[in-house]
Design a protein around this ligand. Structure first.
Ligand SMILES: Nc1ncnc2c1ncn2[C@@H]1O[C@H](COP(=O)(O)OP(=O)(O)OP(=O)(O)O)[C@@H](O)[C@H]1O
Ligand SMILES: [Mg+2]
Length: 231
């Protein structure tokens, strides 16, 4: 296969994906017939207002949530045909999240948060990128022994990025990574994620309600009421 063709191979794909939460009168259609392909090297923004389905789509893409109907594939393999353990392995070995809110383990130090993810990724060799190197990459080696409660919002997000990258993912899914940060701090966190993408070569999807954040991506799609359209 030529390099050019390999570069465009879909990593993750959704075909006619719908997600319905709840039952009966309480039903919410969070995603409606969504089609999306994420290729190696992509830098995609996922725009949409609160409640439009962004988090749901990231969870479905990463195999944390199975769709009500439709197919989600990881490297052309439908996730629904894998058992939970195999889905977990695909996730651990290829896909990392920076969740909405940094979700650090509160009783672990900065260093331990990153080290925990590196171990959980089943990739102890991970190109020599241990917690020290990752914390240095996000500029937080000096805070290695701090607990999450002792960090600022921007610092917490940077640790969350380091922790996600400890998996050496091929796809990094970021859910409003700057949602709780002021504009300048948010821009610095995004600068850092984009620089790390160049250096470590992962595909990047950033969910955001902020058009300025979306404008930084190479491609943007928008969710509205669970329906996806190209921007
Ligand atoms: N576990 C759940 N049970 C029932 N409804 C849910 C659940 N999670 C999300 N929803 C509903 O699904 C819809 C999409 O939610 P989702 O969290 O994907 O939106 P979002 O775009 O990420 O919003 P935000 O920008 O506020 O994070 C919303 O109407 C929400 O209320
Ligand atoms: Mg959300």
């Amino acid at each position: 296969m030529s390099v050019a063709v390999a570069a465009r191979t879909a990593l993750a794909a959704c075909a006619s994906v719908s997600v319905v939460y709840g039952r009966g009168e309480a039903q919410v259609a969070a995603l409606r017939d969504v089609n999306l392909q994420i290729a190696r090297g992509d830098h995609l923004a996922l725009l949409g207002r609160s409640g439009s389905g962004k988090t749901t789509l990231l969870h479905v893409l990463g195999g944390l949530l199975l769709p009500t109907s439709g197919t989600v594939s990881w490297k052309a393999e439908p996730l629904s045909t894998l058992d939970a353990a195999a889905r977990g392995r695909a996730r651990a070995q290829g896909i990392a999240y920076v969740f909405q809110g940094s979700n650090l383990f509160p009783n672990l130090t900065t260093w331990e948060n990153v080290a925990f993810a590196a171990r959980a990724a089943l990739r102890p060799d991970a190109d020599g990128l241990g917690p020290d190197q990752l914390l240095a990459l996000v500029g937080l080696l000096a805070k290695a022994d701090s607990l999450p409660a002792e960090l600022s919002g921007g610092e917490s997000q940077r640790v969350a990025v380091a922790r996600a990258l400890a998996q050496r993912p091929e796809l990094l899914l970021c859910d409003e990574p700057t949602g709780h940060l002021d504009t300048d701090t948010g821009a610095r966190v995004l600068d850092m994620i984009e620089a790390l993408r160049q250096e470590l070569d992962f595909a990047l999807v950033i969910a955001t309600h902020d058009p300025d954040v979306a404008a930084r991506a190479e491609r943007a799609v928008a969710l509205s009421g669970g329906r996806l359209s190209e921007e």
